[in-house]
Structures are given as C-alpha cells and as structure tokens.
Design a protein around this ligand. Structure first.
Ligand code: S3P
Length: 456
C-alpha cells in the first residue's frame, strides 16, 4: 500500500491515538498468568498486539472481545499454559517474541516461535543468554540467534511443572547486568524470574521503560527497584503470584509522537493529543521538543494503574538543533526517526548518538531514515551509533520507500510529506498497521488543505 501526501497549509487538531502498545502486550500476557479474569480497557488492536493474543490463545488462554470494546483475558497461570500445537507466530513483533520467551523459558515443554521477514532478522541472543543462564534452552539461527526459535524450559525433578509452590520452581535465579538497554530483555528476565527458585535481579546501566514493573505491582507482585545514577537494579521473587486486575491502557506516546512532531514542524501549528501515557521512562521526546523550541504543555495530569497520563499540546516555534544521547536514548528510542525529520527543520547541526540500537529495530533505522529523508533533500550524515542532521533544509516531495516491516519509518515519511513541496509517495506503508491502523485517517483529520490518498 502506498500513501500519497500533499503539503499541509497548516496542522491543527485535538485527537486521541490508540492504546499504548507496550502496555497492551503486557496486560494480555500478565492477565494470562493470573488465576482470574483481567479486563483490559482501550487495548490496542493492531497487528503486533493481535499477534500476542493469538499466541496466548495457542497456549490455551481464552480471550474474549466484549461488545463495549474491552478485552477479557481468562488467566490460566503459568501452570495452566498448554504446549502449543503449532509454532507461535509473533508476526512483526519483537515485544511478543521476547516477552513470551521469558514466560516459556520456565515451561517444561518445547515451543517454536516464528515471525515475519523483519522479525526473523532480529537478534534474540540478548534474551537467550540470560534465559539459558537460568536453565532454559533456546535455539535459533546463527550467533545472533534469529528466529525461528525453539525454547524449552527445565522439567522439575518430580516431573511436575508447577510453579505455585516455590519448592518446585525449576529455573535458577540470576543477577544479570544487561549489556544493552532493553525493556523487552528486562521484562523477559522478570517473567522468567517469577518461575525461578529465588530472587532474580536485573541490573540496567541505563533505565529502560518500566511498564512491566508498574504493571506487575498492579497485579500484586512485589517488585524491588533501587536507582543509582542513570541505572536501576530491579528484582522479583520466584513463585510470586499474579492477581487479576483491571487495566486501563493509556494512549501511546510513541504513536502521538508523529502528531506532536507534525505540530512542531512550523511556528503556529498546534496539536493536542488527549489521554496519553507520559511515563517518565517514555517521555524523552517531550524534553527534546522543548529544547528544540516548540511549546509543550501538559494538562489534566493524572494516574491510572500506576501509569501517569495527560493531555499533551505541542505548538510549533522556531526550531534549533540539539544533542540527543546518553540516558535520554531509551526514553525516546522509537521516536528517533521522527526526531531526525524534525531536525531537518532546526537551525544548526542536530547530533544523535548512543543510538546504535536503532540498527536492530524492525529495520536498520539509522541507514533507512537517513537514506529516505535524503531523497527528500535532507542533509543527514549517518554514524555508526546515530546521525548528524543539518538544518533547516527545505524538503521536496519524492517517492520514498519504507521497509515493508517498519511502521515507524512509514509514519515518519508520511509526516515529512506535510512539509515537502509537491507530493510525497510513501511506498510500503502497510506496515503502519502493526501499531497504528487509523494513522492515515487521523493525519487527514489534522491537516488543513491537504489530500492523502490510499492507492494500492
Ligand atoms: C519495547 C521496548 C523497546 C521498544 C519496543 C517496545 C517494549 O525495545 O523499542 O518498541 O515494549 O518493551 P527494546 O527492548 O529492544 O529496547
């Protein structure tokens, strides 16, 4: 599917965006691990999170779509999960495969996990290493352990698979210092840690998104967190039980990012996104927008299920270049492509560094966004761990190509089209459905005097 974008005369609107993807995955998975019923409000219906639901169903979990839009997950507990009859298809979703590895690492039967072409190139050694230290066995392709994967937990000595009695927990507890800053890896270890004999500790040199920690607490599991400098030491006790609860999923700041960035592109453009999660491990983009010279206002700040929520308004101003690196990176890792676009309109050289992780996302985002924005006239120099973007540079519409499996590149290029002279065609925009199925409609709604055409 291609998206054709005409330049916007102005961008203005007050919108809501779909539910947070990370929180939706976790709510469904954690709900499955309880012995009760979890009701999820505003669950994200997009390819990635639907892949998680499908995998959970293949593991014997009943999930009901209610007429009012809520999702009911009938938990079976770790012990109630059943060996899947077919491979678990994680589609394009890194969160699905990595979090499920943490769950399945403690199950005494083998599971096969597969994914699409993009997921089949992504490294799983980062989860294999700690989970194998805990006693699981994970096989995949090559040194980087790319999918398809087979994961097998350890059978307990009496042949039982129960984790409800600490004495029968089969995984070893570990203390693991993460070499890469990854919320997915941390979450996988914590999920395996709940099936381990003792206390499992994850040390993260730089803090990553803490949705799992907050949600585990909401499900009644004590999680210890000790912060030092930019990092944290997070631990759970094996055998702790998850208790079903209701979850309200806030809007996803990573989806809102395209609209907030669009508003920031030109002085006077303005967008409000209501009810978005503003978790401090996720809101780095708001800091950067302010530093670049946009106005950012948070209203109606509140909390739900341990997650902060607000209405966020961004008003464009004259943009200036900034440096983005260090502990800020995990707080805006998925927003870096759209921030690179914004940097093309900022006065000076924006330096993005310490962001090598961008290369192992749904595509090599450093290479791809540099190449595609250059097709529109941007001045971007690719670095091993980031980019240097010079601005301001007028953009000229052209045909640009998103990798078929990378939603964030497609959405960034669509936003670029709003300020490119002439028309911009984004090829392979179908990946957008992995996180944001109504993106094009919402973009259409906030753009004045512009046409967006879907042409297959
Ligand atoms: C996610 C963590 C991040 C992020 C991804 C979702 C999560 O990945 O990029 O989109 O839900 O935990 P990493 O754990 O690889 O940093």
């Amino acid at each position: 599917m291609n998206l054709t974008i005409q330049p916007a005369a102005r961008v203005q609107g007050n919108i809501v965006v779909p539910g947070n993807k990370s929180i939706s995955h976790r709510a469904a998975i954690f709900g499955a691990l309880t012995a009760g019923t979890t009701r999820i409000e505003n669950f994200l219906r997009a390819d990635d999170t639907l892949a998680t639901l499908q995998c959970l169903r293949s593991l014997g979990v009943t999930i009901e779509e209610r007429a009012d839009g809520d999702l009911l997950v009938y938990g079976v507990g770790f012990d109630g999960l059943k060996a899947p009859a077919q491979p678990l298809d994680c589609g394009n979703s890194g969160t699905t495969i990595r979090l499920l590895l943490g769950v399945l690492a403690g199950r005494p039967w083998p599971s096969e996990l597969i994914g699409d072409e993009s997921l089949s190139k992504r490294p799983m050694d980062r989860v294999r290493v700690p989970l194998e230290q805990m006693g699981a066995r994970i096989t995949g392709n090559g040194e980087r352990c790319t999918p398809p994967l087979v994961v097998q937990g350890v059978a307990s000595s009496n042949g039982a698979s129960s984790n409800s009695v600490p004495g029968s927990l089969t995984l070893n507890s570990i203390t693991y210092e993460m070499p890469v800053a990854s919320g997915q890896v941390k979450s996988a270890i914590l999920l395996a840690g709940l099936q381990a004999k003792d206390e499992t500790i994850v040390i993260e040199p730089t803090r990553t998104r803490d949705h799992s920690e907050r949600m585990l607490r909401a499900f009644g599991v004590p999680v210890q967190e000790v912060f030092s400098g930019d990092g944290a030491r997070v631990s759970v006790q094996g055998g702790a039980c998850l208790v079903a609860t209701d979850v309200q999923v806030p809007g996803d700041i990573s989806s809102a990012a395209y609209f907030l960035a669009a508003a920031a592109l030109r002085p006077g453009w303005e967008i409000t996104v209501r009810d978005i999660g503003t978790n401090p491990t996720r809101d780095g983009m708001l800091d950067v927008l302010r530093d670049m010279g946009a106005e950012v206002a948070l209203q109606n700040q509140r909390e739900s299920g341990g997650e902060p929520i607000a209405n966020v308004t961004v008003r464009g101003g004259d943009l200036r270049a900034v440096e983005i690196g260090g502990a800020l990176i995990p707080r805006l890792i998925d927003e870096l492509p759209v921030l690179a676009l914004l940097a093309t309109q900022a006065e000076g050289e924006t330096v993005i560094r310490d962001a090598g992780e961008m290369r192992v996302k749904e595509s090599d985002r450093i290479a791809v966004i540099s190449r595609e924005l250059r097709k529109l006239g941007a001045r971007i120099e690719e670095k091993p761990d980031g980019m240097i973007v010079s601005g301001p540079t007028p953009l000229l519409g052209a045909a640009v190509t998103s990798p078929p499996g990378d939603h964030r590149i497609a959405m960034t290029l669509a936003v670029a089209g709003l300020i490119a002279q002439g028309h911009t065609t984004v090829e392979n925009a179908q990946a957008i459905t992995s996180s944001f199925p109504n993106f094009a409609d919402l973009l259409q709604a906030v753009v004045m005097k512009t046409q967006i055409a879907d042409n297959d």
